[in-house]
Design a protein around this ligand. Structure first.
Ligand SMILES: [Mg+2]
Ligand SMILES: [Zn+2]
Length: 183
């Protein structure tokens, strides 16, 4: 599509902030060192920045969608205050087995499914071929591959790297800062 822009799709926990497990409050939200600077660098290189995050803690009743939105507004604000303007934030509040009530859905958005990526690609007119996905889990990479993204990077700043992850990843980096330097 004309005027389509490349994006860096960012997983949240383990990529932007430390994965302290179902992070739902400011006190538990710690930016990984170098994340902000890396995002600034990627923006300068012409990439849109789009957060794509599974948040089954909502489905599991560990925190509410409202709490998630409050934390997200704070994250968005703290990043923009430091020069990073996120172009989109997509989240999946569902879980097909552990979900409660309306959130117990076998949805199309929970990674490894590509639903959130497909929505972002359409909403923001993203050039898929030129885009990059950054995740810390196999399911992140699988979502990227299913969406047609050619460059799917795995970072060591989150979960332990598995053999499957290493196989699926285009490359493995220490963290987002290392990726921003390399591209
Ligand atoms: Mg993660
Ligand atoms: Zn979902």
């Amino acid at each position: 599509m004309s005027n389509a822009k490349p994006a860096v799709f960012l997983d949240r926990d383990g990529v932007i902030n430390k994965d302290n497990g179902y992070v739902s409050q400011r006190d538990d939200f710690e930016f990984i060192e170098g994340t902000i600077e890396a995002c600034i660098e990627l923006q300068k290189k012409g990439y849109l920045l789009v957060v794509i995050t599974n948040q089954s803690g909502i489905a599991r009743g560990l925190f509410t969608e409202e709490q998630f939105n409050t934390l997200t507004e704070w994250m968005d604000w703290s990043m923009s205050d430091r020069g990073v303007d996120l172009d989109g934030i997509y989240y999946c509040p569902h879980h097909s087995e552990e979900g409660q009530g309306e959130f117990k859905v076998d949805c199309e958005c929970r990674k490894p499914k590509p639903g959130m990526l497909m929505n972002a690609i359409e909403d923001l007119n993203i050039d898929i071929e030129a885009s990059i996905l950054v995740g810390d889990k196999v399911s992140d990479l699988q979502a990227g591959i299913a969406a047609g993204i050619k460059t799917n990077y795995l970072v060591r700043s989150g979960k332990d790297i598995t053999e499957q992850g290493e196989t699926l990843a285009t490359a493995v980096f220490d963290d987002l800062a290392a990726i921003a330097k390399a591209i």
